[in-house]
Structure formats: structure tokens, C-alpha cells
Ligand binder design. Structure first.
Ligand SMILES: *Cc1c(COP(=O)(O)O)cnc(C)c1O
Length: 483
């Protein structure tokens, strides 16, 4: 299986080389040359998560040996996750939730970022690159921490995370600033996520002499592929519980920001998983909702900071891959050029099999409260956007296909908002006070990863402007500033 760029340059790479490079030389994103057919599904239904991951990823990562892949997957999906199911399906209040937050940083980013560092290390070894690798990442909050945890202590690799200084939750910021590991670097940016992401893309384009740059963002194909697995895993769990018969169709509602998670669902469908609709849920920053309604992508609008910060995105990078798969590289090039020049483009293709809805902040709060009162189940602010968006979709269309909501973060990551949504009396409480209140409301203990943050020292305090990100990076890296 080879990988090439969405923008059509002749470059063709193995999976390992594409993962190592992160972004293509022409500015595009790497895509697989074809979608492998998963074949006969029933054999998958009873597989544990790791076996399912091997079964799916070996079709894409054909330059990795079975032994390499097997070891990497076994090490990624182990006791770091607090449940053997890795991605358990829960039925509450008459809705299905696929819980993707049982990894080390309590967000779905762990699903891919537990594996990516291992894939990257193997790829580097195969290419004879030892040391001097810097993994650059822009984060709207959750990728940063998951990437830091995934790469902390990795030999010969530095991990650098840029985050919007005022655009992440208090808990997300603490999680990143307190990160251990001599090879971890965290830099705040005075700007929003799009500023940070654009800055990182600019550093890629310019390069840094003597440094091999790679990416842990979902522009990296190595982030996307591991996410295909849990769509199959969700389907298997529905079968196991007799909620679906083999071959039945299912919908997924996905709280969406950079379009990585939902795109993995599209890949799963292209491989043969019977998905009827992929429902793209947006928050108040409803660029994608508007896009699916009108075919016009327009980022020229006010950026609205919300309580679901990981979805506060106006330029959804992975949409480029979908455009490519539907329309090919010539049109994708045109769209991306218009996006960069004018901030908008009109799509002429057909995004079949997608639907879209949005839920504004009040609806998100309402969703959290409603589900808690009906069922005692507490969801985070991102999952709540998907929950409300799904209800609106169902009411609007009458589509009664069984639906799975992807639950992308633990409520303990956004305790102030979640508590205040459930009961106004919690409004204005501090982060850790809210954590304790939330523990009372859910009847579950405070996750260790959160409890330990309260008294940890902030190790990373650097902040820069978007224009100075490259300079800040050079100052931060031990082997560039010592020269
Ligand atoms: C990253 C993230 C999202 C958005 O996922 P994309 O792949 O960027 O669309 C949604 N919810 C949470 C909690 C996240 O961390």
C-alpha cells in the first residue's frame, strides 16, 4: 500500500515514510492509494480490541512486519487504558455512546496517540534516522496532552506542542504545563487554534536546518488509521448485544473539529462497514454544518470560543482528504488555493453519506442536564454537542437507524462546565472544586490523572505570538539553541 498527496504531486511513499514526514512536500496530506476491503465481517465480531487493530492496520501498514505491528499494538492498547474493552459501548437513556476516553489523558486522542509514537519510531529506524526528530503539534487542547504522554521519554524524539493560550480549558492547560519528560516542550500562543495550526504548517514549509520535523496532528496519516478500528469495534459490540444483526446499517454521530475522527469513519465505510450516515456535529463554530448544507466552505466569520474548545476550529484540515477522495487532486488543489487566498470555496462534488447538525452552547448544557436527569449518565461538553446534534438530526429527518454517539472526552476534563450545566449552584466554582463535585454527581472516584494535577508544578511556561512560533521553537529545542 502506497501513499500519495491530496494535491497530486508524483511523490509515492510507504506508510512508514508518510508517517515520518507527516505532511507532503506540496503542502497536501497523505492518503492511501486505495481502500482495502475488510472482507468477511463475522470473524471480527468477537475479537478483542488489539486483535481487531492488527486485522485492520495490517491492510494499510504493509511495510511494517507482522511482528513490528503486533508489538506496537500490544504496547499501545494495554493497561494504560482503564478498561480491557479499550473502547466500551454504553447504553444510557436510550442512546448508545462509544466511550473513547479510557486512555491516559481521558480524551479520544489517546486512541491514536498511544500507537503513533511506536509507528513513528519503527519508521525512523527503518529509514536509518536516529535522533534529531522533532514532532510538532498544534492543539485545541486534547491532542497536546495525548501527544506529550505518547512521546514522553521516546529516545531521539522531541515533542513540541503549541496551544492557544486563552483557548483551552483550565484542566487541559494544567495537563500540558505539568508534563514530565526531558524531551517534552509546551508553548502557549497568543491566538486561537487556527493561528497555532497555521503557524505549525508554516514551520513545516520553512523547515529548520538539522532538524527532522514530523507531526502528531491528525494531518498525519498515522493518526487517522488507528481511529478506523473503533468504528468496527463499536459495530461488533452492537452485534454482540443483539442491538444489530450482522449486515444491518448504523449511524455514527461525531463531535467534530478538525474532521479527523469522522474521516476515520468514512474510511471504515469505504472498507465495508455498513454505515448509513456519518453525522457531523458542530458547536457554535458551525463551518462544517454550513458546508454540508450549502456546499460552501467559508472560514470568514467570527471565531467563537466555547466550552467545547476541541471543536473551536474554522479550518478543518482533514476535510481536504474527503474532498480528494470525492473529487481528486486537481479540484482539491483549486479548493485549497481558494481557501488560502479568499478563505472560502464552493464544492461542486457530492458528499454522499454525510449529514450535519450543530448545537450551540445552551443546547450543549441542556443536553448534559437532560441526560443526567434521565439516566444519571454524565457526558462532557463535546459529547453533549453530538448528543443534541443527533436529537436534532433525528427529529428533522425521522431517520431511525440505530445511532452511536462518539463520546470523545471524560467529563472530568471539563468539570466546571459540566457541573454548571447540571445545576446552576455549581457555577463559578474552581476547577478542582468542580472535580470533587463531579465525583459526587457521578458516584465515581476522581481519575488519578486529574487528581494528581492539583499539586503538580507547571514546568512549561513559554508563550509567544503566532509570528514568533518558529523562533520560540528554535529557542526551546535543546540541540538547536545550544549551537
Ligand atoms: C479533538 C476532539 C474533538 C474533535 O475531533 P476531530 O478529529 O478534530 O474532528 C472532539 N472532542 C474532543 C474531546 C476532542 O479532543
Amino acid at each position: 500500500m502506497l501513499y500519495h498527496s491530496t494535491r497530486g504531486s508524483a511523490e509515492e511513499l510507504t506508510a512508514g515514510a508518510a508517517i515520518l514526514k507527516g505532511i507532503a512536500g506540496d503542502g497536501g496530506l497523505y492518503v492511501p492509494e486505495s481502500f482495502p476491503d475488510i472482507g468477511d465481517m463475522p470473524r471480527l465480531y468477537t475479537m478483542p480490541y488489539g486483535s481487531l487493530a492488527k486485522e485492520i492496520l495490517r491492510l494499510f501498514l504493509t511495510d511494517y512486519t507482522e511482528a513490528e505491528l503486533s508489538e506496537a499494538i500490544d504496547q499501545a492498547y494495554d493497561a494504560k487504558f482503564d478498561t480491557e474493552a479499550i473502547a466500551p459501548l454504553t447504553e444510557r437513556g436510550g442512546y448508545y455512546f462509544l466511550e473513547l476516553f479510557h486512555g491516559r489523558t481521558l480524551a479520544f486522542k489517546d486512541m491514536a496517540l498511544s500507537l503513533l509514537p511506536r509507528l513513528l519510531k519503527i519508521a525512523a529506524r527503518k529509514q536509518g534516522i536516529f535522533g534529531g526528530i522533532t514532532v510538532l503539534t498544534a492543539t485545541s487542547g486534547d491532542t497536546g496532552k495525548a501527544a506529550l504522554e505518547g512521546f514522553a521519554g521516546a529516545e531521539g524524539i522531541d515533542i513540541v506542542v503549541f496551544f492557544p493560550e486563552d483557548g483551552v480549558s483550565e484542566m487541559q492547560k494544567r495537563q500540558m504545563r505539568t508534563q514530565d519528560g526531558a524531551n517534552t516542550h509546551v508553548i502557549g500562543v497568543y491566538g486561537n487554534f487556527d493561528d497555532a495550526q497555521t503557524g505549525v504548517k508554516r514551520i513545516f514549509a520553512q523547515g529548520i536546518p538539522g532538524v527532522y520535523l514530523s507531526s502528531a496532528n491528525s494531518i498525519n496519516i498515522g493518526r487517522l488509521l488507528p481511529q478506523i478500528v473503533y468504528y468496527f469495534c463499536a459495530y461488533s459490540q452492537m452485534i454482540e448485544r443483539y442491538r444489530l444483526k450482522p449486515g444491518d446499517s448504523v449511524n455514527f454521530t461525531v463531535p467534530t473539529g478538525n474532521f479527523g475522527n469522522i474521516l476515520a469513519g468514512y474510511y471504515a465505510r469505504r472498507m465495508g462497514l455498513p454505515i448509513n450516515k456519518l453525522i457531523c456535529a458542530s458547536n457554535d463554530n458551525r463551518v462544517l454544518y454550513d458546508f454540508f448544507q450549502t456546499k460552501e466552505y467559508d472560514k470568514n466569520r467570527l471565531f467563537i470560543p466555547t466550552v467545547s474548545p476541541s471543536m473551536d476550529i474554522l479550518v478543518s484540515s482533514n476535510l481536504e482528504r474527503l474532498l480528494y477522495h470525492i473529487s481528486g487532486s486537481a479540484l482539491t488543489n483549486e479548493y485549497m488555493e481558494q481557501l488560502s487566498k479568499e478563505g472560502c470555496y464552493k464544492f461542486v462534488g457530492d458528499a454522499e453519506g454525510f449529514a450535519a447538525e450543530f448545537a450551540v452552547q445552551d443546547e450543549c448544557f441542556e443536553g448534559i442536564r437532560e441526560l443526567y436527569e434521565d439516566s444519571g449518565y454524565v457526558i462532557d461538553t463535546h459529547t453533549a454537542v453530538a448528543f443534541k446534534a443527533y436529537q436534532k438530526y433525528r427529529d428533522r429527518t425521522g431517520d431511525n437507524t440505530p445511532n452511536i454517539i462518539l463520546a470523545t472526552a471524560s467529563p472530568f476534563k471539563f468539570p466546571e462546565s459540566v457541573c454548571a450545566a447540571i445545576d446552576g449552584k455549581y457555577a463559578g466554582m474552581g476547577a478542582f472544586e468542580s472535580v470533587r463535585a463531579l465525583s459526587g454527581l457521578t458516584g465515581s472516584g476522581i481519575p488519578e490523572q486529574i487528581a494528581s494535577l492539583e499539586h503538580k508544578e507547571n514546568r512549561h511556561t513559554r508563550v509567544c505570538t503566532p509570528a514568533d512560533m518558529r523562533i520560540a521553537l528554535i529557542e526551546e529545542l535543546p540541540y538547536t539553541h545550544s549551537k
